[in-house]
Ligand binder design. Structure first.
Ligand SMILES: NC(=O)c1ccc[n+]([C@@H]2O[C@H](COP(=O)([O-])OP(=O)(O)OC[C@H]3O[C@@H](n4cnc5c(N)ncnc54)[C@H](OP(=O)(O)O)[C@@H]3O)[C@@H](O)[C@H]2O)c1
Length: 166
């Protein structure tokens, strides 16, 4: 049974991740990075995030959707009915990405050893938030800063952390 997950998330300056079951922004390069990192791996999400996807399931990835509703199935996906189910379904030979949303990030953060964060240097109005991160447990391995442009009117950074304290 695997208990080592990777979280991938975009977080605003005020820790927001979503509003009205949508993302806070659209950054094409962030979506490209998301696809490149998660392709051929397993992606794990809560039902609300699954419902918010424009294309479902996410192609070229093994999709796991978590719901409390017994027997509920999602076309092209594997259903999980608890976090224990997810532990059992995770793939030992691939990376297992927790892709949201807030409820699911919160439950899996203690079992996560890699964090891929797109940090938006901007405050957005949000109704869903990322749980607090104790940065003393994490080491920053990579950082790429992107300046605002005509299309994306705020700075953002791609950050990659590894857990150093279990
Ligand atoms: N910024 C980002 O990177 C990012 C990424 C993903 C999503 N988001 C945003 O996050 C928001 C959605 O997050 P959310 O917290 O509202 O919802 P969510 O975490 O996507 O889904 C919550 C649902 O998942 C199921 N669930 C969660 N934990 C479970 C467990 N332990 N056992 C059984 N079922 C479980 C339940 O489904 P049932 O109700 O069926 O029981 C629950 O209602 C949206 O705004 C979305 O756009 C942002």
């Amino acid at each position: 049974m695997i208990k080592k997950f990777s979280i991938i998330v975009a977080i605003s300056e005020n820790n927001g991740i979503g509003k009205d079951n949508r993302l806070l922004f659209h950054i094409p390069d962030d979506l490209k990075r998301f696809k490149k990192l998660t392709k051929e791996h397993t992606v794990i999400m809560g039902k609300k995030t699954f419902e918010s996807l424009p294309v479902k399931p996410l192609p070229e990835r093994r999709n796991i959707v978590i719901t409390d509703i017994p027997g509920e199935i999602f076309t092209g996906c594997i259903s999980a009915y608890s976090i224990q189910d997810v532990f059992a379904l995770a793939d030992e030979n691939k990376e297992n990405f927790i892709i949201g949303g807030g409820m699911v990030y919160k439950q899996f953060l203690p079992y996560t050893d890699k964090l891929y964060i797109t940090q938006l240097h901007h405050i957005f109005e949000a109704d869903t938030f990322f749980p607090g991160i104790n940065y003393s447990e994490w080491k920053l391995m990579e950082r790429q800063d992107i300046n605002k442009s005509q299309n994306i009117p705020f700075d953002y950074s791609f950050l990659f952390y590894k857990r150093i304290i279990p």
